[in-house]
Design a protein around this ligand. Structure first.
Ligand SMILES: NC(=O)c1ccc[n+]([C@@H]2O[C@H](COP(=O)([O-])OP(=O)(O)OC[C@H]3O[C@@H](n4cnc5c(N)ncnc54)[C@H](O)[C@@H]3O)[C@@H](O)[C@H]2O)c1
Length: 259
């Protein structure tokens, strides 16, 4: 297999570390990029998505970008929930998820990067699950949960626009739930539905590696990625299998405590 040079944004995070581990194990050259140092990647770059010039420099000569850096959820759902009325839209979601995504795709365009894997979320179709409609197909209109999910809908749209305007291949990965802390592990443990959208770090790493290694991709596609459900598929797993050859190996709770 040909090895590649890959820029991973958000490389110090829960899924970033999973991606980096698998990519390094497969012999790829990984440039980690995060607000904090990336464990296991001593030469990782510490910086912010707001630094467009730095991103431009880091994207030079890379074969693919895996863009994971983001504010990974709403601070409050819905707005108005006690103890205060706040949300994190203007303070975090807009600069990190919307402006940051733009800077990453611009860096890809300016440097002729041919493949970009964007971290989206199953939350972009959450409304269907609330209405009892599953498995959700990747080509259904989005039905976002709230503000965070709406920023990911925008990121998907931006990826689609850049793919068609600039000839790059963009995959929007609607990720299942890989818990970031003990509270989230407990939430999933208490819910059969959440267990069916669980994503283990091992499966996440194998998906991201597969997405950069597969020979070709369509210009743009959204795909769902979860581990094997214990109950039923809430998201259609077929596009990830057809496009990337991804077949999950784990089920809840493999790797859940490994945050
Ligand atoms: N973990 C999940 O269950 C899940 C589910 C669906 C989608 N996602 C998406 O996957 C991606 C990774 O999520 P995660 O769970 O690993 O989150 P995480 O919070 O563990 O990791 C995100 C990383 O991004 C970095 N980051 C944030 N803002 C940054 C900025 N401005 N510049 C540089 N780095 C920045 C953080 O320091 C952090 O290390 C996110 O885009 C998230 O929205 C995660």
């Amino acid at each position: 297999m040909k090895t590649s040079r890959i820029l991973v944004t958000g490389s110090a995070g829960r899924l970033g570390r999973a991606a980096v581990t698998e990519l390094v194990a497969r012999g790829h050259t990984v440039i980690g990029f995060d607000l904090r140092p990336t464990p296991g990647l001593p030469d990782s770059i510490v910086g912010s998505l707001q630094d467009a010039e730095l991103l431009n420099r880091l994207a030079a000569g890379v074969d693919a970008i895996i863009h994971l850096a983001a504010t990974p959820d709403d601070a409050r759902f819905p707005r108005g929930t006690a103890p205060d009325d706040g949300d994190n839209f203007l303070s975090d979601l807009v600069p990190n998820n919307i402006v940051g995504g733009y800077h990453v795709l611009e860096a890809a365009r300016k440097n002729g990067v041919k493949r970009v894997i964007l971290a989206s979320t199953g939350q972009v179709v959450d409304g269907y699950l609330d209405a009892g409609r599953s498995p959700v197909k990747a080509d259904w209109p989005t039905h976002p949960r709230y503000l965070y999910a709406s920023t990911k809908v925008f990121l998907e749209a931006l990826g689609s626009a850049y793919a068609h305007a600039h000839g790059m291949k963009v995959l929007a990965v609607r990720l299942g739930w890989c818990p970031r802390n003990a509270v989230q592990v407990a939430q999933i443990a208490a819910s059969a539905e959440d267990q069916d959208v669980f994503l283990s770090p091992g499966d996440a790493g194998r998906f991201f590696a597969g997405a950069v290694e597969v020979d070709d991709l369509p210009p743009f596609a959204p795909v769902f990625v979860t581990s094997l459900p214990l109950g039923k598929h809430l998201y259609d797993p077929a596009p990830a299998k057809e496009l990337v050859g991804f077949v999950p190996q784990d089920s809840w709770p493999t790797g859940a405590d490994d945050y």
